[in-house]
Design a protein around this ligand. Structure first.
Ligand code: ATP
Ligand code: MG
Length: 424
């Protein structure tokens, strides 16, 4: 027998019982973004490999080890996007969205990274991201954080996430800091693991966010990035902290929160949770004033964040046992066999014309009335519409309120009014 074909490791199917929750969460997230005046941008999933090499750097793991890149039929090197910011900036430059105007954008969709799959870490995962271009003050950084805080409130997870914040200053400040850090780490070379040794030569600042507990302990004695920050960045950061205090958003300054790329500067923030085990970062954001220029545009300040949707969905499920939402319908249409199936389908169409927001499911595949009523229950229907042969001929239908057991036979023209009176 031929072997069954399975999905690619780390790339999930999202089954019907789960997609209802995804839809609810996405709707809540989008409504909050809309309420702040952010607009959606839709971007391709495949881009030229060079875009990510130029935007993220050739040495960073996401590009070097994790990116799905391939040659297409023309021999062009293409990549499945590992993140959304680079595409967003590319599109902004290409369509002239960025200059002399402030843009507040968001996007949602799948991202691809060849990582080791585990809970909260997949090879195809989904992000909802927001990017603001053309604003340099700390006020907009604060707005993005306030917006995310509102998302958590709307989803009922605020109590389970906390905000970590840092400033990584200007590129110059980081170059000076890295000299001090490398000299410290070189003195403790035998305490470093293989990964940190590699980073020491390629991207030393990333050693600061190592997950190795022994090295974390060693870092307690390392020089502090904060002591190397330039005045402009310090002022920006204290401005941001002031806005957050004003908004009543608690935060923890984490001096080890960093980004490893040159074009990142000033604000970095993460929303973390302890409810998900090792993959605890639900949302990561920060300022990247250097990227637009790096990708060939005119220097434009920018700041954004990305929410990892799988982690957010896991969090919502972990903290809220009532969110096992499955698809429910309002009404289930039961029909007595093949002779009336066509009439039943037409009746359902007419009801949907009149009540577009009604969730009405028609029975298919026949079955006894008992079986069909059982199906109505499975889908949580409040009302059963029953079309027997006699009713079909007389242009009538039986409407049964499944909560009270009351039923009556009505002219089909009266069914809409009856549904409204039962369902409210
Ligand atoms: P991590 O340190 O967990 O690998 P990251 O720094 O690589 O995260 P970012 O590139 O900042 O992550 O992406 C933003 C968010 O996207 C992360 O905070 C996380 O919620 C989510 N994310 C990143 N990689 C994955 C993945 N492989 N699977 C699921 N979610 C992911
Ligand atoms: Mg990662």
């Amino acid at each position: 027998m031929a072997k069954n074909i399975q999905a690619i490791r780390g790339m999930n199917d999202y089954l019907p019982e789960g997609t209802v929750l995804w839809q609810r969460i996405e709707e809540i997230l989008k409504n909050v973004l809309t309420s702040y005046g952010y607009s959606e941008i839709r971007l391709p999933i495949v881009e030229q490999t060079t875009l990510f090499k130029r935007a993220l750097g050739e040495v960073i793991d996401v590009v070097k080890k994790e990116m799905y890149s391939f040659e297409d039929r023309n021999g062009d090197s293409l990549a499945l996007r590992p993140e959304g910011t680079a595409s967003c900036v590319r599109a902004g430059i290409e369509h002239n969205l960025l200059y002399n105007q402030a843009q507040r954008l968001w996007y949602i969709g799948p991202m691809f990274r060849h990582e080791r799959p585990q809970k909260g870490r997949y090879r195809q995962f989904h992000q909802l991201g927001a990017e603001v271009f053309g604003q340099q003050g700390p006020d907009i950084d604060a707005e993005l954080i306030m917006l995310t805080a509102r998302e958590w409130r709307a989803l009922g997870v605020s109590e389970y996430v906390s905000l970590e914040l840092n400033s990584i200053g200007s590129l110059n400040a980081r170059v000076r800091y890295c000299e001090a850090l490398v000299s410290f780490l070189t003195r403790h070379m035998d305490h470093l693991d293989e990964n940190c040794r590699r980073l020491l030569y390629t991207n030393p600042i990333r050693v600061l966010d190592t997950k190795n507990a022994d090295i974390q302990a060693l870092l307690n004695d390392a020089p502090l990035l904060t002591d190397y920050l330039d005045d402009g960045s310090l002022k920006h950061f204290s401005g941001l902290c002031k806005f957050l205090k004003l908004a009543g958003i608690p935060y923890l300054v984490n001096p080890r929160l960093v980004r490893g790329l040159d074009y990142y500067n000033r604000t970095v923030f993460e929303w973390v949770t302890s409810s998900l085990g090792a993959q605890g970062t639900v949302c990561a954001g920060g300022r990247y004033d250097g990227l637009v220029k790096q990708l060939g545009g005119r220097a434009t300040p920018a700041v954004g964040f990305a929410i990892g949707l799988e982690r957010l969905v896991l969090l919502v499920q972990a903290v809220n046992s009532e969110c096992a939402i499955t698809l429910r319908v309002d009404a289930y249409l039961i029909a007595a066999g093949d002779d009336v199936q066509g009439a039943a389908m037409l009746l359902a169409e007419r009801v949907r014309d009149a009540l577009p927001s009604l969730r009405l499911m028609t029975n298919y595949g026949g079955g006894s009335f008992k079986k069909q009523f059982a199906r109505a229950n499975t889908y949580g229907a409040r009302v059963a519409l029953v079309l027997g042969k006699r009713e079909a001929e007389a242009k009538q239908v039986v409407v049964k309120d499944l909560a009270t057991g009351n039923q009556e036979t009505l002219a089909q023209d009266g069914v809409v009014a009856r549904l409204i009176s039962i369902l409210g």
